[in-house]
Design a protein around this ligand. Structure first.
Ligand SMILES: [Zn+2]
Length: 281
């Protein structure tokens, strides 16, 4: 996608951080692309894994940057699913929880402030909370992808992260787009398990869900403005069919109005630039 790049953990990462700092952005969400993938995703919880290296480098250069990490299996597993598979090729929920706990602890040890489990496994928040606390990281927070729909809007990200499932799809664990009551149940479960923040993903086609969760929970709520939403805006803007600035700002405003306290978006750098140069009006 335009403006979106994979970074290596070297001067390239440093330059990106300098740019974020110059724009006044104070937090990043890291996703890893391992050198090798395998059935379990061993690099996912390795001390020298790509995310762990990046965390240490950022933490050293910018101690006050808020560091969030994606915690899932799909970018690390050879089959591209969000969990460990049984011999029959379905996700083994409980075996996956153990791996997620190890990943979260390894991220905390490398400097993550917030871990964000995105795989929609049952019990993932409780398992991660337990693992973090047992390892002495009671002070690290969990942002749960509590409400994540099986959506066509994730397409561009899967290309970028090379994480399209090798077979099947993610409907075993992601939610049915027609169902809003399940979203409330999932959000309540994650809150009970100790989530510190909740997320709804995607954002624009699910603003009613964002509002519904907002009305049931006092936790900070995050909207994830996903890759397909970004790609559509960029493509239309390139064609000269829309005013990119106004469309982006209006979309993000809609997410805020629906109840988001924070927004994860690929537009972040553009928006920060517009706000700082006064062209956001
Ligand atoms: Zn995943």
């Amino acid at each position: 996608m335009p403006g979106v790049f994979q970074l290596s953990v070297d001067e390239m990462l440093d330059r990106e951080l300098d740019r974020l700092r110059a724009l006044g952005l104070g937090s990043v969400l890291l996703f890893g692309l391992p050198a090798e993938k395998d059935e379990v995703g061993l690099e996912n919880f390795a001390a020298e894994g790509i995310v762990q290296q990046a965390l240490r480098r950022i933490r050293e250069r910018m101690p006050d940057m808020l560091l969030l990490t994606d915690v899932c299996c799909c970018e690390y597993t050879s089959h591209g699913h969000c969990g460990i598979l049984t011999p029959d090729g379905v996700v083994d929920n409980d075996a996956t929880l153990e791996v997620l706990g190890r990943v979260a602890v390894s991220h905390a040890e490398a400097g993550a402030d917030v871990v964000a489990p995105s795989g929609m496994m049952d019990g993932m928040v409780g398992a991660i909370r337990g693992a973090l606390d047992a390892a002495g990281h009671a002070d690290r927070a969990i942002l749960s992808y509590a409400v994540k729909y099986a959506s066509a809007f994730y397409g561009p990200f899967r290309e970028a992260a090379d994480s399209t499932p090798a077979f099947g799809d993610r409907r075993q664990y992601q939610m049915d787009p027609g169902n809003v009551r399940e979203a409330l149940i999932e959000a309540a479960l994650d809150e009970d398990e100790g989530a510190d923040m909740l997320m709804v993903k995607p954002a624009l086609a699910y603003l009613d869900v964002l509002r519904a969760v907002r009305e049931r929970s006092e936790l900070p709520l995050v909207a994830y403005n996903v890759s397909g939403e970004y790609a559509m805006v960029k493509a239309a803007a390139r064609q000269g069919w829309i005013d990119e600035r106004r469309v982006v700002l209006e979309s993000l405003l809609g997410m805020r109005r629906a109840g988001a306290d924070a927004i994860i978006t690929y537009h972040a750098k553009d928006v920060a630039q517009w706000l700082s140069d006064g062209t956001a009006d």
